[in-house]
Write a protein that binds this ligand. Sequence first.
Ligand SMILES: Cc1cc2nc3c(=O)[nH]c(=O)nc-3n(C[C@H](O)[C@H](O)[C@H](O)COP(=O)(O)O)c2cc1C
Length: 165
Amino acid sequence: MKKISLFYYSHHGNTRFLANHIADALGTVPKELSLKEEIPVKEFVRFLRETSLEEKKQRLILEDSPRIDESWDLIIVGSPVWAHTAAPEILGLLLNYLPRKIPIAVFYSHGGKPEGFLKEIRAMVPDNPVISHCGFQSPLMSTDVAGKRVREWIQECVAGYLYEK
Ligand SMILES: Cc1cc2nc3c(=O)[nH]c(=O)nc-3n(C[C@H](O)[C@H](O)[C@H](O)COP(=O)(O)O)c2cc1C
């Protein structure tokens, strides 16, 4: 039995929709993350620009700290794209709780301009291989199409990886 966990954050439900499909397909329970001290949406860009990496780590402490150790086979991470990077809850997960070397699979929901998102993720966790990634534009606008696409992604890229491992 492979050890996998699915962590995500969703502000308006798009990423939650994807997370629920993925969890169903893999028979796992998705965990929605929240910060001990929320960063209001309107302050996010200023927070990104004006806070040092060390200060970010200190601010981005999660409720119910996820316990992940080196024995995990895969962590699946889902985020909306915010200012071309991940939402603060996911930044917190990556910067504070993800042990090095554990492979990750990344899915994200965006409004049409996701450029730079994956580069940011990779820069944050350079020692964690990204085994696969998939972006979805406004999935709640076309749930049938997005639901089918996310299931295909999981079957072809993620379940395949776990099976081969
Ligand atoms: C603060 C903020 C910043 C955003 N920045 C981007 C962006 O840079 N590129 C983009 O394509 N969409 C951006 N969006 C749109 C969201 O990524 C998009 O609506 C996503 O589907 C929301 O997912 P959710 O419903 O799970 O919260 C932004 C939304 C918010 C609230």
